[in-house]
Design a protein around this ligand. Structure first.
Ligand code: DX5
Ligand code: ZN
Length: 216
C-alpha cells in the first residue's frame, strides 16, 4: 500500500517538524492539497508554503489541485517540485491535453474524480494516467465522513484497469481511517491519503505504519 499523509491536517506553525515526521515514517509521499476557493468552498495554501515543504521533504510530492483551470499552473507546480500532479476531471475541458502537458513537463499525471463522477468517464483517458484519485468525500475540507459508495466505485475501476492490463494506481482521499482503509484496500485501492487520521493522532508514525501494512 502506498501511503500519502495529507499535510492539510498538519499544524502549520510546526510544518517543518511535521514534514520530518513524514520523512522518518514509512509513508511514501507527501499529499499536498491546493484549494482556490472557487473549485471548492475553501482556500488552503499556495506556492510559498509548497516551496518550504519541498525544501525539507525527502519523499515525492503528490499534489492535489482543487482549482479551476489547472492547466494554467502546470509549469508553476513543476517548478515548485511537484512529482505527481492530480487534476480534477470536473475542472478540465481538455483533459487529454492537460494530462499530456503534465507528462511533458516531467511530472506523473493523475486524474481525480469527485464522488458524483462515475468511473466510466475514464474509459478513454485511463491508459494515459499513472494514477486515478477517487474522492471519498466532497473535496474542500479534512475530517469528513467516508462516502460508502466509494467501495463499489473502487471495484468498478479495479475491473477497468485489470481488463486493460494496466498498472494504474488507485488512490483514495477523504475519511480514510482504520475502519475504511482495509475495506478500500480489499476493493482494490493501492494508495491511501490520510489527513486527520494521521496528524490528529498522538502517534502519527504508527498510524502511517498501520496503513502501510494493508494488503489488497
Ligand atoms: C479534502 C482533501 C484531503 C483531506 C483529507 O478535500 O483532498 O486530502 O486532507 O482529509 P481527511 O483524511 O481528514 O479526510
Ligand atoms: Zn487531497
Amino acid at each position: 500500500m502506498i501511503v500519502s499523509p495529507s499535510l492539510l491536517a498538519a499544524d502549520f506553525a510546526r510544518l517543518g517538524e511535521q514534514c520530518e515526521m513524514v520523512n522518518d515514517s514509512n509513508a511514501d509521499w507527501f499529499h499536498v492539497d491546493v484549494m482556490d476557493g472557487v473549485f471548492v468552498p475553501n482556500i488552503s495554501f499556495g506556492s510559498p508554503v509548497i516551496k518550504s515543504i519541498k525544501k525539507v521533504a525527502r519523499k515525492p510530492l503528490d499534489v492535489h489541485l482543487m482549482i479551476v483551470d489547472p492547466q494554467r499552473y502546470i509549469s508553476m507546480f513543476r517548478d515548485l517540485g511537484a512529482d505527481i500532479l492530480n487534476v480534477h476531471y470536473e475542472a478540465c475541458t481538455h483533459l487529454h491535453r492537460t494530462i499530456q502537458q503534465i507528462r511533458d513537463a516531467g511530472m506523473r499525471p493523475a486524474v481525480t474524480l469527485n464522488p458524483h463522477t462515475p468511473v466510466s468517464v475514464l474509459e478513454e483517458i485511463l491508459p494515459d494516467v499513472d494514477m486515478v484519485l477517487l474522492m471519498s468525500v466532497n473535496p474542500g475540507f479534512g475530517g469528513q465522513k467516508f462516502i460508502h459508495n466509494t467501495y463499489d466505485k473502487i471495484r468498478r475501476l479495479r475491473k477497468m484497469i485489470d481488463e486493460r492490463h494496466l498498472n494504474t494506481i488507485i488512490e483514495i482521499d477523504g475519511g480514510v481511517d482504520n475502519n475504511t482503509a482495509p475495506l478500500a484496500a480489499q476493493a482494490g485501492a493501492t494508495a491511501m491519503v490520510a489527513g486527520s487520521y494521521v496528524f490528529g493522532d498522538k502517534d502519527p508514525k504508527a498510524r502511517i505504519a498501520e496503513l502501510k501494512s494493508l494488503k489488497q
